[in-house]
Ligand binder design. Sequence first.
Ligand SMILES: *[C@@H]1O[C@H](CO)[C@@H](O)[C@H](O)[C@H]1NC(C)=O
Ligand SMILES: *[C@@H]1O[C@H](CO)[C@@H](O)[C@H](O)[C@H]1NC(C)=O
Length: 897
Amino acid sequence: MFRLRRYRYYVFFAAIIVFLLYRASTNSEEWKSVSASIPLRKAPPKSPPPRGSEKPPAAGNDGTRFTHQDDDLSQKFLKGAPKEADVKIPNLKPTVAEEGVDKHGRLPTVTKGSNEGSKVVVYDKEGAAKTTTAPLIDIPDKNVGQGAKGAGKGENPDPKKVKPNAATTAIHWTKVPEHFPIPKGEIIPLPTGKPEAIPPVQHVFEKESASAREERRVRLAKVKAEMVRGWGGYITYAKGHDELSPISKKFRDPFCGWAATLVDALDTLWIMGMKDEFEEAVLEVEKIDFTTSSYRSEIPVFETTIRYLGGLVAAYDVSGGKAGGYNILLEKAVELAEILMGVFDTPNRMPVLYYNWKPAFASRPKRAQGSVSVAELGSLAMEFTRLAQLTKQDKYYDAVARITDAFYEWQERGTTIPGIFPEHVDASGCNRTAEAEIAAKEAEYNKVDEAVSGSSKRDDLGGEAVSGPGESPGGGFSDNAVSRRSVNKVSRFTNLASGDKDKCVPQGLAPGGWSTAEQYSMGGSQDSTYEYFPKQWLLLGGLEPKYKTLHTRVAAAVKKWLLYRPMVPDDRDILFSAKINTNGNPEVDASTEWEVTHLTCFIGGMFGMGGKIFNIPEDVEIGKRLADGCVWAYESTPSGIMPEGATVVPCAEANNCHWNETLYWQYLDPLYATRNQQIDEYQTKLKELKAEKAQKKEHTSDGVQKRAPPPVKMTTPNKDTLTQVARLEDALDINAGSRAAAAAAEGKADQAPLSEANDEAEFPELQRPISHEEYVKKKIDMDRLPPGFVSASSKHYILRPEAIESVWYMYRITGDTTWQDKGWKMFNAIVTHTQTTVGNSAINDVLSPTPDKSDEMESFWLAETLKYFYLLYSDPNVLSLDEWVFNTEAHPFKRPV
Ligand SMILES: *[C@@H]1O[C@H](CO)[C@@H](O)[C@H](O)[C@H]1NC(C)=O
Ligand SMILES: *[C@@H]1O[C@H](CO)[C@@H](O)[C@H](O)[C@H]1NC(C)=O
């Protein structure tokens, strides 16, 4: 799924800047060609007009074609399935803050309480309900003394709005010789042997009651109706293109124009029994030419892998593999994979993540970038592994196994927060610090050389001129000093990754970017790398223990550093995962964003499934609370849909957490103390002025002219702070309120309406500052914050799947039907606000009861969101988690038996 959106521009520019820095630091002719491989982004030309006729969406919502035997739905039933118009969706009421919350309670203590396990009902393998003691959840207390640091990230522009390039090109990718091939004998083979006995993931479901079955089937049919309409809209208005624009009935091509929605939806069509549509789509797949694109000069490797490669491989798997007869799906997967293999042709075999596929560029040597996102680097594993299994070609596995090995080595070597990785990774394999040290040393030597010989030197070993700051032009060669330098050079340059002429000082993966700041979270740009560790372990039948180790350490780090319980009005026992910023010493300098982001919602499923397969009951419990966190976030908004990104208040103790409105207000207004102080000062000053005036009145009776009172200067000791906060908030666009407060502090008269209006009129020079209470009320009102939310910096919803994904995992893992009910509320809210006549659209503001639609339907709506909803109400044996494992785009791959 598209978890990288918010950071894509940043990553892109970071990559360019790092690359330019790198280029500036090296002077080798050999690598000059690499500059050509920088991804180009042309100004997007206009979108082509909508396709000709305005014919209605394809029929097919009568469900008569439902023939899939895996499900228990009969064709008969589906004939009676409600049509689009029959779907009546009730509006959800926004959650209202509980009355009577304690405003005068104490601060949560930071001492760890004894945490007794709570009684919960669980279902054992035999399916018998019994009461048991839930495993203890032991996450450390949080240092919550950083109230002001909970601000959410700002929105980045959507980099996906790449429009078709009018200039079509006849250029095709062609296979080029590798520069850094792996010797035959060193290709890492797929692990072989009998798969491990892995504990079952799924609950053993009992036979359901007739009424439960009936309700489930009604829901299932409504989910399918959305798929039928969306698919019909796509085929009618956007067939062959990447995405349908579901309001304008046009299309967009952000993913090279290879029919992303069509490929992404293949397995969903099959699972839902839309076999005719599936076959029509397979015919379209045949026509896709992955060797060219008139829309993009570089292939986004991560998106292409998870959507296209994953989609093709999964469609092949679910349709029966070899026996299914849709061999074209595997053939096209191989065709695409062969192109993508070019990205691994680098000195350290780490991939280039934006692949300039045109032969003129693809044929040149290249390096992986110095700042890539963890997610993009680590989320290729499953797709290439499954392809290797299906084709029995170890090279596909080798390509991704080397990335895993690099992560494994890095985790062992140690990161700033042990177990997890910083968001930006230097995958280049070259140590710029060491290179800079060498360059500095060389400059030193050159100085010495000049002092000795009075001329510039040539670096014989590297074959390159070595310039020092004091180099005199036109100087000749001198042998005097070279020998001394050469000794040093030999010892410095024997370890080159790719030949003598390259100044690369090799290293493994390292923090990327150019600052020392590192970010750690489970959110966008990081997420799916973590998601893939346990899933890859399953896909390999438990035969590669590195994945288990990787996951175990990740889970431990997440529990220790990131998980927190938010303070919410009904004291619900839920969890979220935070984001930590550190400059390298997190025990001391970590600052935490108590974020709630839709992308992070996947980790409920990750913890749940990890807990099952590695037999850690605590993790299953954590998974439930994480999934419930997102359920809460959905329930909290007027639309019933969770925002893309927000922040909340953390509890100091996960096991002792009570709503405290005073504390909530302090998070909403970190400057509460200053404000109260200013109000006090104001009152004092006002008294003084009144007294003064009263005195003067006596004087005027003497005939003395009335004087203006002496100018009163409000003490604003925190003006700088206020302005700073306002600037920050300006940048984040979260808070008009404190801007006003800062303006007031600067004397720009933006005062609150007052009961003391008379005073104001009387003493216009005395400006009344805004009080804490006024500020908070204004902020809640202006930002329309639901109770418990401190900010909601990204209010949109783009049809994302992560929340329902985790709800579905919890249902399949626990068998608890309340998850189906939670999912149903989500479904109704989403459909109510996103439905259009030909599909579903992203919306701009979930905090509005009537959000505007933004005319975008991501391919993951059909590939993931509707699939997870469908599987929540299908027979639990459809794509059982004990037989299938899903990639991050919800494409199911067959697990080995
Ligand atoms: C609520 O929060 C305020 C402000 O932090 C604190 O002074 C008070 O003691 C808290 N109340 C309780 C019951 O913890
Ligand atoms: C890069 O080089 C510096 C200086 O030689 C060294 O301290 C550091 O550990 C190296 N980094 C990696 C990731 O090897």
